[in-house]
Design a protein around this ligand. Structure first.
Ligand code: NAP
Length: 485
C-alpha cells in the first residue's frame, strides 16, 4: 500500500460492490492509474459490516452477482453473507484489483481544485491524494443508527448494533433483547432464538413478511450454472420475476393483491395463536417499508424461550429494558437492529465543490442528484447508489452496473473531447428532481416512516420505476446535460 501522497486518474471511495464494479470496468478499459480507498480492513462493504448471525441476501443469488461475473458456486437460492463475502473477495482477486486497494484508510475531505481541475483528498492518517475523477461509493446503508432511547448508554450488559457484530460476545443460554423488526431483525432473530436462554423481541411496528422461497443448490444446479446459456436464462428468469414484483407497489395490480395475500397466508399458517397473530399483523400499506422475505421468522414466536413485546420502550436501565407499562425486561445482551442513518449521507467526509460549496449543506433538506450519479456544482464526481437509486424490489447490483458504466462512459467522453471537467447543469438536476418527486407524490412510500424518507418527508432513497427505465436513463452520456470546461 502506498504510504505517502499520490496522484491518480480516478479515486474510488469504498471497496464494496460499487467499488468492485467500477474497479473492474476501469481495468477492463485498460486504466491502471486508480486507487480504491476503504476504511475497513477488507473489501466487501455492506457484507464486511453486516456479519450478524443469519445475514443473507434477500434477492435470489443468481441476480446478486455482476452480469460479467456469474457465480456458479452459490450453495442456496438466497446466499448467506459469508458466501457473498467470498464472492466479493474472489472478484477483487480475479479482476486484479488488490494492488489498487488501500484498506484501513478513511477519506476525511474531498475538495475540487478548480484551477488544477483535480479532486484533492485528505485521509485520516494525514496523507494527501489527488485524482481527476472521484467515484464515491460509500454505501447508502453504512452509518449504523442507534435508537434514540433514554438510558441506552447506561446498559450494563453487552450492547451490539447488527451492523457492527462482535462474534466474541457469548450468546448461548443468555437473556438477549432485540430492538427492531425490519429486514435485519427478521434474519437475526431465528438464529438468536436457537441460542438464547430467553429472547425478547421489542417490536414498534409489525412489518409485512412474505415467504422466502429458498432452496439449496445441488450439484446439478452448480453444473448448469457453469454453462453460460443456462446461467443467463436463470438470471433472466429472476430478473423478470422481480420486475413483476415492482408492480406490487402500485395499488390495484394483480401483483399487489397476490403479495398481500401471500403475506396474510404466511401469517395465518405460521401463527396459530390469534392474539399473537394480531400483534404481528402489519397496519401499514404493503411496500411502504421494505418487504421482508422470511419463512423462519414467525415460527420463532411459538418457541417457549421467545417473547414478543409490543409495549413501547420507555427507557433502558443497567439491568435491561423498561417498557411503557413499567415492566423491567432483564437482559444480558441488547441487540439494536435499528437500521442506518440515511438522512445525512456521507457525513464523515467533507465534500467541497465549485466556489467552496459543501455537499452536506446542499443536501441539508435531503440529498439530490441527477439519476443518483452526478451533482451540479461537483464536477467529475460520480456517486454510486446515490440519492433516489434504491430499489425495494430487485437486486441493487443492477443499478450499480448501470452507474459504473455511465461513469466510465463520461470519463471516456471527457478525455475524447479534450475537456477538463463536466459539471451537471443546475436546471437539469432541478428538472429531474421535480419530476421524480412529483412522481413519488402519493406513492406507497409516502405512507410511513422509513429509511426511504428524509425527516422532512421527502423520499430521497428510492427510485420509483422499473429497473429497465433506470438503466435506460443512464445508457448514454449526454454532453448537453453538462457545463464543460
Ligand atoms: P430498518 O429497516 O430501518 O429497520 C429498523 C427497525 O428498528 C424497525 O423495525 C424500526 O421500527 C426499529 N426501530 C428503530 N428505532 C427504534 C426505536 N427507537 N425504538 C423501537 N424500534 C426502533 O433497518 P434494517 O432492518 O437494518 O434494514 C435496513 C435495510 O437494509 C433494509 O431495508 C434493506 O434494504 C437492507 N437489508 C438488506 C438485507 C439483504 O439481505 N440484502 C438484509 C438486511 C437489511 P419502525 O419500523 O417502527 O421504524
Amino acid at each position: 500500500m502506498p504510504a505517502g501522497d499520490a496522484s491518480y486518474e480516478v479515486l474510488v471511495l469504498g471497496a464494496g460492490m460499487s467499488g468492485l464494479a467500477v474497479g473492474t470496468l476501469l481495468r477492463r478499459a485498460g486504466e491502471r492509474r486508480f486507487a480504491i480507498v476503504e476504511k475497513s480492513a477488507g473489501p466487501g462493504g455492506t457484507w464486511w459490516d453486516n456479519r450478524y448471525p443469519g445475514a443473507h441476501v434477500d434477492v435470489p443469488s443468481p441476480l446478486y452477482c455482476f452480469s460479467w461475473a456469474p457465480n456458479p458456486h452459490w450453495t442456496r437460492r438466497f446466499a448467506a453473507a459469508p458466501e457473498i463475502q467470498a464472492y466479493v473477495e474472489r472478484q477483487y482477486d480475479v479482476q486484479g484489483l488488490r494492488p489498487h486497494l488501500q484498506l484501513g484508510h478513511a477519506l476525511t475531505e474531498a475538495r475540487f481544485d478548480e484551477a488544477a481541475a483535480r479532486w484533492r483528498f485528505t485521509t485520516d492518517d494525514g496523507r494527501r491524494l489527488d485524482a481527476r475523477f472521484f467515484v464515491c461509493s460509500a454505501g447508502p446503508l453504512s452509518q449504523p443508527r442507534w435508537p434514540a432511547i433514554e438510558g441506552l448508554e447506561s446498559f450494563a450488559g453487552t450492547r451490539l448494533h447488527s451492523a457492527r457484530w462482535d462474534d466474541k460476545v457469548p450468546l448461548d443460554g443468555r437473556r438477549i433483547g432485540v430492538i427492531g423488526t425490519g429486514s435485519t431483525a427478521a434474519q437475526l432473530v431465528p438464529p438468536l432464538a436457537q441460542r438464547a436462554g430467553q429472547l425478547t423481541v421489542f417490536q414498534r411496528t409489525a412489518h409485512w413478511v412474505l415467504p422466502r422461497i429458498d432452496r439449496p443448490y445441488g450439484a446439478l444446479d452448480r453444473t448448469l450454472a457453469r454453462l453460460p446459456p443456462c446461467a443467463a436464462a436463470v438470471r433472466a428468469f429472476w430478473y423478470h420475476v422481480l420486475e413483476w414484483g415492482r408492480r406490487g407497489f402500485d395499488e390495484g395490480t394483480l401483483a399487489r393483491r397476490s403479495m398481500r395475500a401471500a403475506g396474510r397466508r404466511l401469517l395465518h399458517a405460521q401463527v396459530p395463536d390469534p392474539a399473537l397473530r394480531e400483534q404481528l399483523t402489519p397496519r401499514y400499506p404493503l411496500g411502504c417499508k421494505r418487504i421482508i422475505y422470511a419463512s423462519d421468522y414467525y415460527p420463532v414466536f411459538a418457541q417457549p424461550n421467545v417473547a414478543l413485546v409490543t409495549e413501547d420502550i420507555a427507557r433502558v436501565v443497567p439491568e435491561g429494558v423498561i417498557t411503557a407499562d413499567g415492566r423491567l425486561h432483564p437482559l444480558d445482551v441488547l441487540v439494536c437492529a435499528t437500521g442506518f442513518d440515511t438522512s445525512a449521507p456521507l457525513q464523515s467526509l467533507r465534500v467541497q465543490g465549485l466556489q467552496g460549496r459543501v455537499l452536506a449543506d446542499d443536501w441539508r433538506d435531503g440529498a439530490q442528484a441527477w439519476r443518483g450519479v452526478t451533482v451540479s456544482g461537483y464536477p467529475n464526481l460520480f456517486l454510486m447508489l446515490g440519492p433516489n437509486t434504491g430499489t425495494g424490489h430487485t437486486s441493487t447490483l443492477l443499478y450499480i452496473e448501470a452507474q459504473a458504466r455511465y461513469a466510465l462512459r463520461a470519463m471516456a467522453a471527457l478525455r475524447a473531447g479534450g475537456h477538463r471537467w463536466a459539471d451537471l447543469k443546475p436546471e437539469v438536476q432541478r428538472a429531474h428532481n421535480e419530476a421524480l418527486q412529483a412522481r413519488l407524490q402519493g406513492s406507497v412510500w409516502t405512507h410511513c416512516r422509513s429509511w426511504y424518507r428524509h425527516d422532512n418527508g421527502r423520499i430521497t432513497a428510492l427510485f420509483p420505476g422499473f429497473t429497465r427505465e433506470y438503466v435506460r436513463g443512464l445508457a448514454r452520456w449526454n454532453p448537453a446535460d453538462y457545463l464543460l470546461a
